[in-house]
Design a protein. Structure first.
Length: 284
């Protein structure tokens, strides 16, 4: 008995063969069997039916895009509101649509996918005003749309110098704070030189706004919106100088909280020497 118990214990300690994945199992099945299962599922599940109908259009991207556009337009016309409890499901519905466009349309027609993502982002008022976003589910969907936009744009045959202006326009029209991902993840689309061009455009715009507000007692809100943009681009570039310069433009004598944020930014970028340069009144 002792010998048997030892053998049983040794067997339990031996690494078990990994369980077969669902994908591996399905690959072993006959095609006819899988077809029958899919047809059966499509008869009882609308999501499966819709997916198969879209699959039929995989070689007709214009028709596929039209279907996605029709769904988006219907949502935009809707007057339904979503409570706090309903908002997570609403956010998942939006996210599912975005992922479907990215997975099914963008590989076939990146420009059509880009147009849909852009229309979704520009409709953010609809998503936020018709749902309680206390749990950030809707905001997460918009941020995801921004990343999908960048990835689709990277696949388009469009001159690189077009993107900085389009990014700047989309960001500046943000009234809900969810489009920041366009700049934070801008390196998905733009290389370092193009990111610098975009940062220069924001810095130039800030200088113009500040020049026009020189006689005002309070700084316009746009200054802080532009400063936030430069902070996001600073992350994309991995260069804290961009963010620090933005703050110093409107706050040449930074307060303690601002100074602390500068120090943290330089250490996060593994550039402690930046703190010393800042203390001497220069950057870089």
């Amino acid at each position: 008995m002792r010998v048997q118990r030892r053998m049983d214990a040794a067997a339990e300690d031996m690494p078990k063969a990994p369980a077969e994945t669902l994908g591996a199992f399905l690959h072993r099945q006959e095609v006819a069997t899988l077809v029958d299962v899919l047809v059966e599922l499509a008869e009882v599940d609308e999501a499966v039916k819709d997916r198969l109908l879209r699959l039929q259009l995989s070689d007709r991207p214009e028709k596929l895009a039209a279907g996605f556009k029709k769904t988006l337009a219907a949502w935009q016309r809707s007057t339904r509101s979503y409570s706090y409890r309903e908002a997570p499901g609403y956010g998942r519905k939006l996210q599912t649509w975005l992922d479907q466009v990215a997975r099914e349309l963008v590989p076939k027609d990146p420009a059509a996918g880009l147009a849909l993502f852009e229309a979704f982002i520009e409709a953010d008022e609809q998503w936020f005003e018709h749902g309680d976003d206390s749990g950030a589910d809707i905001g997460d969907a918009v941020r995801s749309a921004c990343r999908h936009w960048l990835q689709a744009a990277a696949k388009c045959e469009t001159p690189a110098d077009v993107w900085p202006d389009r990014l700047m326009t989309l960001y500046l029209e943000d009234n809900y704070g969810a489009r920041e991902e366009l700049l934070r993840s801008a390196n998905l689309l733009l290389g370092q030189s193009a990111l610098r061009v975009l940062a220069d455009q924001f810095e130039s715009r800030m200088a113009n706004v500040l020049a026009g507000a020189s006689n005002l007692q309070r700084l316009p809100h746009e200054v802080f919106h532009l400063s936030a943009a430069l902070s996001l681009l600073s992350e994309a570039l991995g260069d804290p100088d961009v963010s620090v310069r933005a703050v110093l433009q409107y706050s040449p004598e930074p307060n303690e909280l601002q100074k602390q944020s500068f120090v943290e930014a330089y250490f996060d970028a593994d550039r402690p020497e930046g703190c010393a340069s800042m203390a001497r009144g220069r950057l870089g």
